[in-house]
Design a protein around this ligand. Structure first.
Ligand SMILES: [Zn+2]
Length: 176
């Protein structure tokens, strides 16, 4: 019975979207870390991505609302900062949704953590690797703006973020 309640709470929380990336849920982004039961209280643990703190407040409200709609509660939102979120926590579904939205997903493995070298993202339209960066910032801070030299189309890329070496091992195994 309590396992069922936890599973329903996880499903409700997992469906909450990031207000800055409405195509992606917090589960797609790897921000939903855990759902546990503490007596009657459902504790939802989230780790903020780099999409800024105001979004985290909204996401907290959205989780509470989603669980209330599912007839679940009371809810406590717990924010955990360590280990820090990295874009390597994006789920395969999240990466596919980014690509479907015309946004190049971040590289799965940081090329060399010792350098700030960033691999050029592939064009989400024609898959060409011949792309150039136009701007470090796209419509939101988590994306950069690029142009494909093959098909000439501009596109956004989801920035790689965080130190891959301390990321969630299970998630990285799935991604690599
Ligand atoms: Zn292209």
């Amino acid at each position: 019975m309590s396992d069922d309640r936890r599973a329903r709470a996880w499903a409700a929380a997992a469906a909450v979207v990031d207000p800055e990336l409405p195509a992606l849920t917090i589960a797609d982004l790897g921000m939903l870390r855990d759902v546990t039961l503490a007596g009657d209280t459902i504790e939802v643990t989230i780790t903020p991505s780099y999409t800024a703190c105001p979004a985290m407040v909204v996401i907290g409200w959205e989780i509470e609302a989603a669980l209330a709609r599912a007839g679940l509660g009371p809810v406590r939102i717990s924010t955990v900062l360590a280990p820090p979120w990295t874009s390597a926590w994006l789920s395969p579904e999240g990466r596919a949704k980014l690509a479907a939205a015309g946004i190049a997903p971040p590289p799965t493995a940081p090329a060399d953590p010792g350098l700030f070298a960033v691999a050029a993202p592939a064009c989400p339209r024609c898959a060409s690797l011949a792309t150039e960066r136009i701007s470090a910032f796209g419509a939101t801070a988590c994306k950069s703006l690029h142009r494909c030299l093959a098909c000439r189309e501009p596109f956004e890329a989801f920035k790689a973020h965080g130190d891959g070496s301390i990321s969630n091992t299970a998630s990285r195994d799935v991604l690599s």
